[in-house]
Ligand binder design. Structure first.
Ligand code: ADP
Ligand code: MG
Length: 142
């Protein structure tokens, strides 16, 4: 397990930018951590570094955003409001989770309660204090 400490939102975004250099089509990144832990800031940096001009915000109500225009499409899920895993299918979330084409990033991935998601790589975000966040992950080389 690797631990990265960021001091300010720019560093959290910059870490997303470093992950952008690693991601390959078909990757599913699961982001865990409380509200305010920096999950969306990470996605913002990832999407920007992939070259998309899209504006990134948490898909808290829509459950899913798509960001095009970069090296790979990014599907951004926020499963916080998912009350039951059965809701995945009607919400159209099954495909981006099971067969991601570009890269799928899912905040609150544990809400999906899947046992074995193919290609799932989980990053754990933790609020340390106002200016500090900790990100634990097992991505190689970061
Ligand atoms: P989440 O998606 O996990 O709820 P956000 O990405 O929306 O969290 O982050 C909440 C706030 O914390 C945002 O304003 C974000 O820019 C900020 N933030 C991210 N990383 C840090 C950090 N290391 N220090 C201070 N603020 C940060
Ligand atoms: Mg968020």
């Amino acid at each position: 397990m690797n631990v990265v400490v960021t001091h300010g939102p720019q560093e959290t975004e910059a870490f997303g930018g470093r992950v952008a250099k690693l991601v390959r089509p078909g990757w599913l990144l699961g982001l865990e951590g409380d509200l305010g832990a920096g999950k969306t800031a990470f996605v913002r940096g990832l999407v920007r570094a992939l070259g998309s001009p899209a504006r990134v915000h948490s898909p808290t109500f829509s459950l899913m955003n798509r960001y095009a225009g970069g090296r790979m499409e990014v599907v951004h899920l926020d499963l916080y409001r998912l009350t039951s895993p059965e809701d995945l299918v009607p919400a159209g979330l099954e495909e981006p989770l099971l067969r991601p084409e570009g890269v799928t990033v899912a905040e609150w991935i544990s809400r999906a309660r899947f046992d074995g998601l193919p290609h799932l790589r989980t990053l754990q975000f933790r609020w340390i204090d106002e200016n500090t966040r900790e990100i634990s992950h097992d991505l190689p080389g970061l």
